[in-house]
Design a protein around this ligand. Structure first.
Ligand code: RIB
Length: 293
């Protein structure tokens, strides 16, 4: 079974700040780091670091070649990453003293992906392979349909959550990874700390999907048919939450693929993301399989 992550690659510019800048406020940062990110690339890195066979498709400019070198060093197969004459996607990330972040995206190559580029890539994948999608490229709906027609399993992380999500064929998702904001958005409810009703509403709305709800320090919840499970984080000091959800997604899928049960997989993915949060950066902070399994 092969994983195809069709998604974003970003150059992350990470500013370490005392607090996230308020509207109209100018603040200084203690440090600035340029590192590899993008939800697509991060989730591919997490799968590879967890020992899976993973292929990444996306689009970058020449300024993004260092992303490919790093991804390949983790074992990600990058032959389906296309180049264009413009810039690579960028993310301006503020990380405050508690590790919380705020992110501004510039699409770059991610936004330049074309429908016609889907077919030649998908033809390399078959029934039983899994496509993993996020919401940082414009092709997600078309990819869900095309992958589903090929008999691939469709896994969606509708992040970042915006107006485009409503137009996705969500009923085609076999697995849905959401955080509290995305879960509330999908359920059409205000964000609340009471996650149970939101999860149950999503379980009713997406009866054939495996639902995985990540809830920061509260760990993660699973619902599918009559099965419910929960995983807990491990308590480590937080340095940077960037990429924590991407780490969770990659390690949960890898744990399931390695034959672990749902509850065990939730625990292992929570452990991996707890380790990632204790270190700085997105894919650089992700643990390797030997640290988790
Ligand atoms: O999920 C974290 C990622 O979101 C960052 O790496 C940034 O590039 C944005 O895509």
């Amino acid at each position: 079974m092969k994983f195809l992550v069709f998604g974003s690659l970003n150059i992350d510019l990470i500013f370490s700040v005392d607090h996230i800048a308020a509207p109209g406020e100018t603040i200084n940062s203690g440090s600035l780091e340029r590192s590899a990110g993008g939800k697509g690339a991060n989730q591919a890195a997490a799968l590879a670091k967890a020992g899976m066979e993973v292929y990444l498709a996306g689009k970058i400019g020449r300024d993004g070649d260092f992303l490919l070198e790093l991804l390949e060093s983790y074992g990600v197969r990058t032959g389906h990453v296309l180049h264009w004459e413009g810039a690579t996607g960028q993310a301006i990330i503020q990380v405050d003293k508690s590790g919380q972040n705020s992110i501004v995206l510039y699409g770059g190559g991610n936004a330049a992906l074309q429908d016609a580029e889907i077919g030649p890539i998908l033809k390399n994948f078959d029934r039983g392979d899994m496509i993993l999608l996020q919401n940082e490229i414009p092709l997600t709906a078309a990819l869900m349909r095309a992958a589903s027609e090929r008999g691939m399993k469709v896994c969606l992380n509708p992040s970042p959550f915006d107006g485009r999500i409503a137009a996705l064929p969500l009923e085609l998702a076999d697995l849905l990874f959401v955080n509290e904001i995305e879960a509330a958005g999908l359920a059409g409810r205000p964000v609340s700390e009471d996650l149970g009703p939101v999860l149950e509403e999503l379980a009713l709305r997406f009866p054939r999907a495996e639902l995985i709800l990540t809830a920061g320090k509260e760990g993660a919840y699973y619902a599918c048919e009559s099965l419910r499970a929960k995983g807990d984080i491990i308590d480590l000091p937080a340095a940077d939450t960037t990429g924590a959800g991407d780490t969770f997604t990659g390690f949960f899928l890898a744990a399931r693929q390695r034959g672990c049960g749902v509850a065990e997989s939730l625990g292992l993915a929570c452990k991996a993301s707890s380790i990632a949060v204790s270190r700085k950066g997105a894919m650089a902070s992700m643990p390797f399989a030997r640290e988790v399994f």
